[in-house]
Design a protein around this ligand. Structure first.
Ligand SMILES: O=C(O)C(=O)C[C@]1(C(=O)O)C=C[C@@H](O)C=C1
Length: 415
């Protein structure tokens, strides 16, 4: 017998707990052999908690005793708490029998079921969902409303992996995910690059010249800016959480004046028509996604590897720290593939000058560097020991196989 996740047990949220004012919320969940507690630090996390908890509870062994799954919320015992999770058995109207844990449930991954659970940001039809499928074929893709929720889903063992975008060939870096990489403790275990082929979608019968508003993910709007100038010059553009979510919103609210920039799959899923196809401003539009896990993978040397690090320059080490750090790689013939700087949140400014001409403030940064070498190679280890001399903070985010998928312009047609 399979774990509960394979019996298609689903939960429907009917209402939220009456302790909705208390944040952070600590919830203890007990279910058969399994019990775990979760903390939802802010309201947004708590609001998405029904989905998170449902997915977690549905993936454990014992689908019976459904009423006592949510044992405690903020110290209050079950009975006074109703999270409003209603079990819906989609198999044959019966709940699956209780199953004891087996040795396979204790193996590192996939957990509690036959397929890997992969968190992504967006709803079905988002490019991130396609990327999750490319990174982990046959995975169970778990939609999350925010990037932060996808990180937390892995940290809380609700998902086994997260697949999140970090940069696009037209729109540039997705800074939010760089910041979250630092805030969370997940490891980069792989990368996947996917062609992004955008369409303009609207309700059936809507003409392009009747569209007064175009909604989509800001990255998607940026990637189609010139095409939208031509197709819908008078339409206002509005940011939405994700491309497929924008398509779903149009369909759900029956909006005849609004179009979405999204994938052809989103058109199919939400019953929209494709007004224009391939509207990305560059035919070779590609987004790079990172695969994240709780544990790092063991770096190898038998195939091309990339390593991602983040560091902050040491104060009082002079102005040429960045040059010295980059030289540590250059002298060892290690190519850098990416460098990104983000504000140093703990130390945003450094005052410079001796006062004779006043003082100036320099901004302090966290530098993210990707280089083409595996941490199993001596040259990479030596480069990092040298980097350590100039830095006050250094973290290896992951050493992982490079995405070597053959790529051609025509492959962009697939997405
Ligand atoms: O909205 C989506 O469909 C996403 O998957 C997000 C996202 C992004 O964050 O960059 C991913 C790929 C595309 O570059 C556009 C949007």
């Amino acid at each position: 017998m399979q774990a509960a996740s394979s019996c298609n047990l689903k939960f429907r949220s009917t209402k939220t707990t009456r302790f909705s004012h208390a944040i952070p919320k600590r919830v203890a969940v007990r279910c058969g052999y399994w019990s775990e507690s979760f903390t939802f630090p802010n309201r947004a996390d708590w609001q998405s908690s029904c989905a998170i908890l449902s997915s977690k509870v549905a993936s454990v062994q014992d689908p019976g005793s459904l009423t006592d799954k949510i044992a405690v919320v903020n110290g209050h015992k079950n009975g006074s708490v109703d999270l409003g999770l209603v079990p819906v058995d989609t198999t044959n109207g019966k709940l699956a029998p209780v199953q004891p844990l087996t040795i396979t449930d204790l193996s590192p991954a996939p957990l509690h079921g036959s397929s890997l659970r992969v968190a992504y940001q967006g709803v079905p039809g988002a490019y991130s969902e396609a990327a999750a499928g490319k990174a982990y074929p046959n995975c169970d893709a778990i939609p999350c409303d925010q990037f932060d929720v996808a990180f937390q889903a892995v940290e809380l063992w609700i998902a086994d992996r997260a697949v999140l975008p970090v940069e696009n060939s037209l729109g540039g870096s997705i800074h939010r995910n760089y910041d979250l990489l630092l805030r969370h403790r997940l490891h980069i275990v792989g990368e996947v690059q996917t062609p992004v082929h955008h369409c303009l979608l609207a309700l059936p019968g809507v003409r392009t010249d009747c569209v007064s508003r175009v909604i989509s993910h800001p990255q998607a709007l940026a990637q189609t800016e010139q095409s939208l100038d031509k197709l819908t010059p008078r339409a206002v553009r509005e940011a939405f959480h994700d491309t497929a979510g924008a398509a779903e919103y149009i369909a759900t609210n029956n909006l005849h004046d609004t179009a979405a920039v999204a994938s052809a799959r989103a058109a199919e899923l939400y019953g929209l028509e494709i007004l224009a196809d391939g509207i990305q401003d560059d035919p070779g539009n590609v987004t790079r996604f990172l695969m994240l896990a709780r544990e790092p993978i063991i770096p190898r040397t038998d195939r091309p590897f990339k390593t991602s690090i983040v560091f902050a320059a040491q104060e009082h080490k002079g102005t040429s720290v960045l040059f010295k750090v980059l030289s540590a790689f250059a002298f060892r013939n290690i190519s850098l593939t990416k460098i990104e700087s983000r504000p140093h949140h703990n130390r945003p400014l450094r005052v410079v000058g001796d006062g004779s001409f006043g003082t100036s403030k320099n901004f302090e940064y966290m530098f993210y560097v990707d280089f083409e070498a595996s941490m199993a190679e001596a040259r990479a280890q030596n480069a990092l020991s040298e980097v350590q001399e100039y830095t006050s903070f250094l973290r290896v985010l992951g050493s992982y196989p490079m995405d070597m998928t053959p790529w051609s312009m025509s492959s962009t047609e697939d997405a």
